[in-house]
Design a protein around this ligand. Structure first.
Ligand SMILES: O=C(O)CCC(=O)C(=O)O
Length: 275
């Protein structure tokens, strides 16, 4: 992370990094999403996907770490790893992730997050010049998001706010220059702290919005305890794990990221190359 990027992240609470995904990666991810056909929710009652809907034009499906190899490889994407170490500390872990689709007229989803109330799990602070974010999001754009299309919106700087966000702002009843949509080119990654006040503006474009979310925490912390939101018991506490079907897809960093949260003697996620 450059000094310029660190300054901007600390100032705004988010950063847009262009051209993270190459054309071929984008094509593959979009083709695989076509195959999954996530809108066809009743077909997935076998419990593979955790589905969340906001009306009939916005759908999220996870867990991303159990999707096919191209999705799993995003978890330890080489371009993103250095940012994670800088923003979460050297022992960061992957917490959870999902795909989000929106069709014209989908959304909105109200603003959430913010400097206050200070909530364990989404805190943001800087100590001795070192950024320490708790829950951190990397959102990959699989389609262009132009000014006015809707989708992700943020209140820049709100991760350091000292007063609660007015409820009329939260519900979008009142909008103004404090609210910033985040245009993205397909292939860009938006990194933001969950402590930033953010939400989803109605999707107005006639193409489908497609975004992938990977969420990370410091190595000693879990945000989603048992992975499944239905609370079903899972082995090993239910934390994300490498799936047996795709053992070869996981980089060493990704394997370390998928370890359960703990602190004592935890290895750095990115190890220095032996010389
Ligand atoms: O990208 C969006 O539409 C908002 C995502 C969001 O609300 C979140 O990650 O908590």
């Amino acid at each position: 992370m450059t000094d310029r990027e660190r300054y901007l992240f600390d100032l705004q609470g988010f950063l847009v990094i262009d051209d993270v995904l190459r054309r071929q990666e984008l094509e593959t991810l979009n083709e695989e999403l076509d195959e999954y056909d996530l809108w066809r929710e009743p077909g997935y009652e076998d419990g593979f996907f955790d589905i969340w809907r906001n009306g009939d034009r916005q759908i999220s499906a996870g867990p991303l770490h159990q999707f096919s190899a191209p999705f799993r490889q995003l978890i330890g994407h080489r371009r993103i790893l250095p940012y994670l170490a800088d923003l979460l500390g050297s022992q960061f872990r992957y917490d959870h992730g999902h795909a989000m689709l929106m069709r014209e007229g989908g959304g909105p989803f109200e603003l959430h997050g913010g400097g206050v109330p200070r909530q364990p799990g989404i805190r943001y602070e800087v100590v001795d010049g070192q950024i320490r974010s708790e829950l951190l999001v990397v959102e990959y754009a699989l389609c262009d998001v132009d000014e006015g299309d809707g989708g992700l919106c943020v209140l820049p700087g709100s991760h350091k706010s000292n007063f609660a966000c007015p409820s009329s702002f939260v519900s979008f009843e009142e909008t103004g220059p404090w609210l910033k949509p985040v245009p993205q080119k397909a292939g860009a990654a938006v990194i933001f702290t969950e402590a930033l006040t953010h939400g989803t503006l109605p999707w107005t474009a006639d193409h489908e919005r497609r975004a992938l979310f990977c969420r990370y925490t410091p190595g000693h912390m879990a945000f989603v305890g048992r992975y499944r939101e239905d609370g079903r018991e899972e082995p090993d506490g239910g934390y994300p794990r490498t799936s047996p079907s795709g053992e070869d897809d996981w980089s060493l960093e990704a394997r370390r990221m998928l370890e359960a949260p703990y602190l004592w003697n935890r290895a750095d996620t990115i190890q220095r190359q032996e010389s």
